[in-house]
Structure formats: C-alpha cells, structure tokens
Design a protein around this ligand. Structure first.
Ligand SMILES: *Cc1c(COP(=O)(O)O)cnc(C)c1O
Length: 423
C-alpha cells in the first residue's frame, strides 16, 4: 500500500491531508501510517508462514514510539531490545515477556538483572565475559537465564560500513569458529541455559546472498554443537532486510524472496526461528513533514532551506543516505536544487543537485521513508526542538509525541551553587 498518496493536489498520509497536520501541529513533524506498518508486519508473517511458529521480534531501536509499539504489539510482534529502556518500552506496550529478545554488545549487570526479573525469551550473548557476568547475576538471583550466542560469521553485508555488523573486524558477536569453545564454557557456568545461536550481519541489505552465506555457517554450527551434546532449540536470524529509498533503483528483495530463502536455508535445522526486523516494518510508514523557510540563490543551484535539519534526520549526514523529497502540493515545475537545513554544519544537507518540484518559501515538503532510524536518532543540536510525532490510522490522526523545545531544555538544566550566588 502507498502510505503517502498524492490526492486532490496534496500529499496525504492515508486519508489525512498533510497540510492539515502541518497547520495543527506545526513543522517539522514526523508522520506515520498505521496501515503501512500493519501491512508490512502481515506481509512478513505471510512470507514466513511455512515455518513452525516463528517469533517476529520487532527491533525497537528502529522506532521506539509507544504508539507504534502498541500498534505492532496488537499485530502479535515481539521485540528485539538493546537496552533496558527499550525493554521497558516493549513491556509498557503490552509485548509479552516471552516474546522479547535482549541483544547488544554492552549489557550491564543492572540491565541483566531487571530483564531476568521481568522475564524474556533469551539474552543474545556477544562474548564470554558477558556470559560470566550474566551467570553471576542469575545465580545471585537464584534464576536460570535462557541464552543464545550471537556469532560473527565473517561475511561482508554489502551495506554502508556504519551499518554492517557481520565482518570479523566488527565489534559484534563471537567469531563463529569459537562458538564450540564458548558454548562448552557456558555449559559449565551456573545460572545459564544455552538454547540457541543468533546472527545479524547488518542493515539495509539489498541482496540475500550475504544473509544466505551467514545462515549456511550458522546451520553447520548448529549441527556441530548438537554433536557436542548441546540442545539447540532456537536460531535468531536477525534483521537487515532493506527497503526502497530510491524508486529509480531496483527494489530490494521482497519479504517473500527472503522467506523462501530462509525456508530453503533452514530446512533441516529443527529449531524455532526468531527474526528481528526493524527498518522493514516501519521505514516506509514514516515521513518527515517540513516547511521551506526560504530559497537562497547558490553558485550553481539554489539552496532550498527547510525547517527540518540533521538533528531531526541524521541518516543523510551519517550514512550518506538518499531520501526522496517531494513538494506536498506540487506545482508541476521541475528544478534542480540543493536541499539543506538551517544548522551551522555543511553536513546539514539532505540532497545535492536534486531534480525536484519547484518550491518557494512557505511551501510544505516531505522527506520520505523516515519511519526508521529517524526520530529515534534525533537530537537538539543548535537548541532545536525535538520534532513531534503524529500517528495516522485511516482518517484519524493524533499527536503521539509532543514537541519538546527550549523551555523543556532549560527546565532540565541547573546552575551550580557558585553561579547562583549573586552577591
Ligand atoms: C539493528 C538491529 C536489528 C534491526 O535491523 P533492521 O535492519 O532494522 O532490520 C536487528 N537485530 C539487531 C541485533 C540489531 O542490532
């Protein structure tokens, strides 16, 4: 489904005209389509229907907004969390404890304690020192922690370097050839119950080949571990499936292509498979709605200066990411322009030499495909507000996070006593 259709001269989110949201809430503002999220979740579930009771654990870090999590919880998704904050968000959204997987390379003892007390499907361990810490935590609590080892299969994901995680030089997982020794050690540690392996090689993958190569290594390792007497019952295949940012490029593999590959690659594993999709579920469901402040003449192309900036959407400056940028009410006149924000950094650039609709001061634009790794990475650099978030469902819409501006920042800041004395 198309979450942001152009209808009657203006882009809508589902049935809500974006100019209405801009007028009522102000800009910049993130707008999300409930139907698109649901249809993505259902498409993935259908693509994995041939598997025996897979757990689809939404990667909360892609977008942790409570209203989105609640929408996805109602679709039956679990959660992949990487901090106790995300764990609490998942539980608050009604996601059952036994559908939560705790990933991350730097879990603290306090985080382990709280998640173990609250319950979870499994901790995905990334090192032996981490296993030893969890063993101490669990035994002190008189509990047994269900664990899987995240292995690093040493494959190149073929994505941007900053979102590739499965090569030997990346910080993630234990080298897969060390898994037998690590699992043997875990068997000897009290308070831990090894139940599986996990792998996640990166994000925004546009080819299935590196995933399939990683899964083949995991399959071989499951057989080896079983031969050594380990009862392997789960295999967590991570997330990473890419979405379509640039409609002029070939589309990434579909959930159906992915599901068929997984079914083939895991045919005789005899485990419960876990998936951790983030971007795939929410990425295309969101857009950043922004207003043109002014158009400034440039040496070659004009600069379209938006009221959104890199603090709202970091992906272009962080990952050289390409986002489609469209006028909300197109005039049907094309220009070439650089699209920038107001922040005092050259990196505050959304697009260069972009062929786009002609816009002028006061016009609305949307930056598309901003549902994942967007609002969640926002900051307040240049004392800019944190943009609000709006959730749409059909013809209904609501603000699901208020704008947080400098009044709130000043309330959070205090003067030390020596600066308060004014005598
Ligand atoms: C970020 C992350 C994911 C989600 O990746 P997507 O590309 O958004 O699907 C899944 N698992 C782990 C361990 C992650 O770090």
């Amino acid at each position: 489904m198309e979450p942001f259709p152009l209808r009657d001269g203006a882009i809508h989110c589902e049935d809500v005209p974006l100019p209405l949201i801009a007028r009522e809430v102000g800009t910049p503002v993130f707008v999300y389509s409930s139907s698109k999220m649901r249809s993505q979740a259902r498409e993935l579930r259908a693509a994995l229907a041939a598997l025996d009771d897979p757990l689809i654990a939404y990667a909360v870090k892609a977008n942790p907004n409570a209203a989105l999590l609640t929408t996805l919880a109602a679709e039956g998704l679990g959660a992949d969390v990487v901090s106790i904050g995300e764990y609490r968000r998942a539980r608050a959204a009604g996601i059952p404890a036994d559908r939560i997987v705790f990933s991350g390379v730097g879990k603290t003892a306090a985080e382990m304690r709280e998640a173990l007390a609250g319950g979870l499907c499994q901790f995905n361990l990334e090192s032996l020192p981490e296993a030893e810490m969890l063993s101490d935590v669990a035994t002190a609590m008189g509990r047994t922690a269900p664990v899987a080892f995240r292995v690093n299969p040493d494959v190149e994901a073929g994505s941007h370097a900053k979102i590739s995680t499965g090569a030997a030089h990346n910080k993630f997982g234990i080298p897969i050839d060390q898994a037998p020794a690590a699992c043997a050690r875990v068997r000897d540690l009290p308070g831990l119950a090894l139940q599986g392996l996990a792998v996640h090689i990166g994000s925004q993958l546009t080819s299935l080949a590196p995933l399939e190569a990683a899964f083949a290594k995991v399959g071989a390792m499951i057989a080896e571990l079983r031969a050594q007497g380990h009862a392997i019952r789960t295999a967590d295949l991570g997330g990473g499936l890419g979405i379509r940012y640039d409609p002029s490029l070939p589309p990434p593999p579909s959930p159906n292509d992915y599901g068929a590959m997984v079914a083939r690659a895991t045919r005789d594993w005899k485990v419960r498979l876990i998936f951790e999709p983030g971007r795939l579920i929410v990425g295309e469901a969101g857009a950043l709605l922004t207003e043109v402040i002014r158009v400034k003449p440039g040496p070659k192309y004009p600069f379209v200066i938006l009221d959104a900036a890199m603090n709202d959407l970091m992906r272009p400056t962080l990952y050289d990411a390409w986002h489609a940028i469209d006028a909300v009410a197109p005039k049907r006149e094309r220009v070439v322009a650089d699209v920038v924000g107001p922040i005092c950094e050259t990196g505050d650039t959304f697009a260069t030499s972009r062929s786009m609709e002609r816009v002028e001061a006061g016009d609305l634009m949307i930056i598309r495909t901003a549902g994942a790794y967007a609002a969640t990475m926002a900051g307040t650099y240049n004392s800019r507000p944190l943009a609000p978030e709006v959730l749409v469902d059909g013809a209904e819409w609501a603000v699901v996070r208020e704008r947080r501006d400098v009044d709130a920042f000043l309330r959070d800041e205090t003067l030390p006593p020596w600066l308060e004395r004014r005598d």
